[in-house]
Write a protein that binds this ligand. Structure first.
Ligand code: NDP
Length: 281
């Protein structure tokens, strides 16, 4: 493979090392950051994410509580739990693992979380702050991607940045972070015409589509930095991203693998937000 591999595990490990020292400093002041993770139902992927978040907390010395609720939990019960956690003094961050079962209104749940404890940065007031470039909490996946881009040594300023995908949790906040670093940003989606023409302009290409092998070598400019956010299963049930890794690796200048790219960074940024929340409380 020609492209440089962007190692999310290594970047994440070095950030976590620094964060561990921060947690130790806080401990000297008698402060232990605390994260509450709420899981409703028994979706296996969500269970894995929650377990990884707990493991990350343990590794850094962050206190964590897990609330596992049955799939039949009512909106009222979930809202009551969020309300209790909002008031709980040893909890600095609240994370409700999405997606929730269909009968629950996730927007209402997100809006019920205190913006000061919204470590996912999904609450409307934190989303608004991201637009203003005034971050209380970093949007986890896009912020992790910025760290990966910085690790390559490439400057975002003046670069053509193309994002494929416009979700509220990845595509849109990603556009804001790149814009704040003076990138020239284009956001593509399912109605974009001549997609390959647009992606081929990218110096930095972020794929957040949710379709295996969606980004092919023909869609990538020689030397581009390619960030693969996708977490999909291929025909054999193996975890894969949105990018045709082997073929694109022959064209790109740098590329993230799946697994081991963006995934570990998202959790690292969540832990960072929890430390930030503890400092602010
Ligand atoms: P969504 O399903 O919310 O968004 C997908 C986006 O892709 C939409 O904006 C959609 O366009 C666009 N899209 C779909 N088909 C096409 C097409 N043919 N051409 C161009 N654009 C298209 O996904 P998410 O943003 O939540 O997640 C994307 C992927 O990233 C998933 O695989 C998810 O699992 C993964 N993910 C990984 C994380 C990590 O930590 N590594 C964190 C979050 C997500 P439109 O809006 O028009 O429908």
């Amino acid at each position: 493979m020609k492209a440089m591999l962007i190692d999310g595990k290594a970047v994440s490990a070095s950030l976590r090392e620094a964060m561990k020292a921060e947690v130790e400093e806080l401990a000297e002041q008698g402060i232990t950051p605390g994260l509450a993770v709420v899981l409703v139902g028994d979706d296996p992927a969500s269970q894995v994410y929650v377990r990884n978040k707990e493991k990350g907390c343990e590794e850094l010395g962050i206190y964590s509580e897990k609330y596992e609720l049955p799939a039949a939990t009512t909106q009222r019960e979930l809202m009551d739990l969020v309300e209790t956690l909002n008031k709980k003094p040893d909890i600095d961050g609240i994370l409700v693992q999405l997606p929730l079962p269909d009968h629950l209104d996730s927007n209402a749940v997100i809006e019920a979380i205190s913006p000061d404890k919204d470590v996912d940065a999904f609450h409307a007031s934190n989303v608004g702050r991201i637009m203003l470039g005034d971050y209380r909490f970093l949007p986890c996946t896009p912020a992790g991607i910025m760290e990966l881009i910085h690790s390559t040594g490439i400057e975002v300023e003046g670069k053509e940045c193309v994002i494929v995908g416009r979700s509220n949790i990845v595509g849109k906040p990603m556009a804001m972070l790149l814009l704040h670093e003076n990138g020239t940003v284009t956001v593509c989606h399912s109605r974009t015409k001549n997609l390959a023409e647009v992606t081929r302009r990218a110096d930095i290409l972020v794929a957040a589509v949710g379709k295996p092998n969606f980004i092919t070598a023909e869609m990538v400019k020689e030397g581009a930095v390619v960030i693969d956010v996708g977490m999909n299963r291929d025909g054999n049930g193996k975890l894969c991203g949105d990018v045709d890794f082997e073929a694109v690796g022959e064209v790109a200048g740098a590329i993230t693998p799946v697994p081991g790219g963006v995934g570990p960074m998202t959790i690292t940024m969540l832990l960072k937000n929890t430390i930030t929340a503890a400092k602010k409380q």
